[in-house]
Design a binder for this molecule. Structure first.
Ligand code: NI
Length: 137
């Protein structure tokens, strides 16, 4: 095990401490190691660029000007990557969309970025699952 020193702002450290308390980590090091493992695993999947399935979910305000049409347009423009979508009307203003994607990891990440960087899209998450046999981590 290597020992390193990192500089982190108070706000981010408070988030780490909150994760520690909620999930029962014995130390900050343990909590931060698990966060890095999650990120590293995700980056590893993306760097291999094999065929993947992915679940993309996000919340958006359907009153934001032409946002719903733009999101639908992007998925139609990439229909070869889009397997299925589910749309949930969360409340008066907000919608939750979950879309299953399938294709090369880089193409899925790019489509996800195109959608999730639109103004009015919140709480976005892309979960990428490699289809080629890889050890589970
Ligand atoms: Ni809706």
């Amino acid at each position: 095990m290597e020992r390193i020193t990192i500089t982190i702002d108070a706000e981010l450290l408070a988030i780490v401490d909150g994760v520690m308390a909620r999930r029962g980590y014995a130390s900050r090091s343990e909590a931060i190691r698990d966060m890095i493992r999650d990120a590293a695993s995700r980056e590893d999947v993306l760097s291999r660029n094999g065929v993947c399935v992915a679940v993309l979910d996000y919340v958006y305000d359907h009153e934001t000007r032409s946002l719903a049409q733009r999101l639908t347009h992007e998925l139609h423009a990439h229909h070869h990557l889009s397997v299925a979508s589910m749309h949930i009307h969360l409340d008066h203003d907000r919608c939750l969309e979950t879309t299953v994607l399938r294709g090369p990891a880089s193409a899925l990440q790019k489509l996800s970025d195109t959608i999730t960087t639109q103004r009015g899209v919140h709480h976005a998450n892309l979960h990428v699952i490699p289809l080629a046999a890889q050890p589970d981590r």
